[in-house]
Design a protein. Structure first.
Length: 484
């Protein structure tokens, strides 16, 4: 009979085993409420400041123009994160922080510093230049980096590598650029209202062309350098304390330097802006885009390289690691499940793909001794970091199902074999399907068999599934909503 090693014993709690209740300020709803209130308050303040500076009409015009690049940028970062997608709440927080908190910090700090320099030096023009090339890069990049730092510290399980750092940093910068563009475009519109500027020669048209058409990627490009630093830090071993601290700081300094160089391009002569744009910004954008796409393909290669260990363990079919390592095969599997069994089945297949990907990454980090994150989106009953097959140990050692038997990631219960994520309810009975197997030419849907991690005697079959569905619509062998 296949067994899995027991969980490590819980450390004794102080007070002779007495349960310690969390303080009220330690409860999750209090933290979420405080953070939401902070972001909402920041949003109201920044809204009032921008509206006061641009006027109501200018604010509405700026809002309508500034929102245009936002869907494209968010879609690009979501596409990059498709291999192991992170939870939406992290992205919503990042965008809200950039658009509200970081923008408020930047407006207040930049204005105060510029006025102080102008008063101290009696040179308003020099103060504006110094504020744009020195003060603004330091303040803005630090404010945006705070969002990446918060996710890195408090959502460590969701922050597992460079791609996660790029996505969080990019979404934060997209929110910041959105608010900043409202301010600049609204101010330009107000200037045109005073001077009578119209059409393509107006200040609004020029601002729109420079900020929305030519450089919508500018702020994400700067902040992504900070995200890369945090991402490499997430991959570093726990004992490399200096490296884990210096890498994010190095990325932040690079972001500040690139931001300052871009802001200072206007002082390099009549063609300085275009020279910096064509000779530096575009190549840097192309290089970082290539790096991000390469990291995405590297994640797929990791899936194909790590999951075959679970084929040997009897958890996956021979072709499934290659299907899970192909975005085209994943999409075909979801489409197949959606077409034949409905949207719930497609969602379950997507969850299975996420769990299998997390398991592959965790096994790789466990073998290298890197990082400390657990399975992303793992349920409360999951083994967590113990899922990583320890170096030299059996594949998936330490993974338990809800019933105490070993099972693959994404499956709670008696360790089902293969991507049994698609479900169909018919007459109160759950019928399991294997859409990924269909994609790879190994159609075994409806056979109702399952196997747990093999012991000395090989995989152990379990009885066919014909039991009534539980209240959740899934029996014990199918993936539960809670994760592993």
């Amino acid at each position: 009979m296949a067994t899995s090693p027991p969980f490590p014993p819980c450390p004794p709690s102080p007070g002779d085993g007495a349960l310690r209740h969390r303080r009220w300020w330690q409860r999750s709803w209090v933290r979420y409420g405080a953070l939401s209130s902070l972001l909402a308050l920041s949003g109201l303040v920044i809204l009032a400041l921008v509206r006061r500076q641009t006027g109501t009409e200018g604010f509405l015009v700026g809002l309508g123009l500034a929102v245009l690049p936002v869907p494209w940028l968010i879609s690009a970062f979501r596409w990059l994160d498709r291999v192991e997608p992170g939870p939406w709440r992290n992205l919503v927080f990042s965008f809200a922080w950039g658009a509200c908190a970081a923008a408020l910090i930047a407006i207040v700090a930049n204005s105060f510093a510029t006025k102080w320099i102008a008063t101290s030096t009696a040179d308003p023009s020099g103060a504006d230049t110094l504020g744009a090339t020195v003060i603004a890069p330091v303040v803005e990049e630090s404010a945006k980096a705070a969002a990446v730092l918060l996710v890195f510290l408090f959502r460590r399980r969701d922050f597992t590598g460079i791609v996660d750092g790029v996505v969080i940093a990019g979404i934060t910068a997209t929110g910041f650029a959105f608010t900043e563009n409202i301010l600049y475009l609204g101010t330009a519109f107000g200037t045109d209202q005073l001077t009578g500027g119209r059409g393509i020669a107006s200040v609004t048209a020029a601002t729109f062309f420079v900020r929305i058409v030519m450089s919508p990627f500018a702020h994400p490009l700067f902040t992504v350098l900070t995200g890369i630093g945090f991402g490499i830090s997430a991959l570093s071993a726990e004992r490399q304390h200096v490296r884990r601290v210096l890498l994010p700081l190095g990325g932040l300094l690079l972001a500040m330097g690139m931001h300052a160089f871009w802001n200072g391009s206007a002082t390099f002569g009549p063609y300085g802006f275009f020279a910096v744009y064509g000779g530096f910004m575009v190549p840097a954008f192309a290089l970082l885009t290539w790096l991000a796409i390469w990291m995405r393909h590297r994640e797929l290669r990791t899936v194909r390289a790590e999951l075959p260990a679970y084929v040997l363990a009897g958890w996956l079919g021979p072709a499934e690691p290659f299907a899970l390592g192909s975005m085209r095969a994943r999409r075909m599997a979801r489409d197949y499940a959606r077409h034949h069994y409905g949207r719930p089945a497609a969602r379950e297949v997507a969850r299975y793909e996420g769990y299998a990907t997390s398991l592959a990454f965790l096994r790789q980090r466990g073998a290298r001794g890197e990082g400390r994150g657990g399975l992303r989106r793992a349920g409360a009953g999951a083994a967590g970091p113990a899922v990583a097959a320890q170096a030299g140990g059996p594949a998936g050692a330490g993974v338990r199902g809800a019933g105490g038997r070993a099972g693959p990631a994404g499956v709670r219960g008696s360790g089902t074999r293969g991507p049994l994520a698609g479900v169909r309810l018919r007459g109160g009975v759950v019928s399991r399907v294997q859409p990924l197997s269909v994609v790879t030419g190994r159609l075994t849907a409806g056979n109702g068999t399952a196997a747990s991690a093999p012991g000395p005697g090989g995989p152990r079959p379990t009885p066919p599934s014909g039991r009534p569905a539980s209240r959740s619509g899934l029996h014990a062998d199918a993936p539960s909503r809670s994760g592993l």
